[in-house]
Every structure is written in C-alpha cells, then in structure tokens.
Design a protein around this ligand. Structure first.
Ligand code: ZN
Length: 76
C-alpha cells in the first residue's frame, strides 16, 4: 500500500464510519509510516469529536444507535 492509498483509505473510513475499507493493509502500512499513522490519529480525533457532539446534542436514540453501530468497537 502506498501513502496515497493509505490516505484514501483513511478518508473513506472517516466518511463511511469505517465500513468496508481494507483496514488490514492500512494497519500494515501504518506500522512502517509515521506520517500516515499521524494522519490516522487526526482521523480518529475527528471521529471522536463527531461522536461526542452527537451525545452532547442529544441526537435521537435511533440515530445514536446507528452511529454507534457503524463505529468500530475497538475505538476508545
Ligand atoms: Zn504512508
């Protein structure tokens, strides 16, 4: 996987809340590439912000459940 492919995968992951991206290949790349790992951290912060906003704004329960389902459970 190239850095460009990794960036694309991260962008897709953010937009789709991480559904079907080639995550294994991406993680492999991140082990060797600090730049992309840094970008992943930024992506995860944005995802966390989005999630916290949803909670703070008291999104409807059904919407919150759909978002929570879409998020990877490994996210802290
Ligand atoms: Zn890279």
């Amino acid at each position: 996987m190239t850095c460009q492919e990794a960036h694309n995968a991260l962008a897709g992951r953010l937009q789709t809340f991480g559904s079907q991206e080639p995550w294994d290949a991406l993680e492999q790349h991140l082990e060797d590439c600090p730049d992309c790992e840094h970008r992943l951290r930024q992506t995860e912060s944005i995802r966390r912000l989005l999630r916290e906003c949803c909670i703070r704004l008291r999104a409807p329960q059904a919407l919150r459940a759909r978002i929570a389902d879409a998020l990877p459970h490994r996210a802290a």
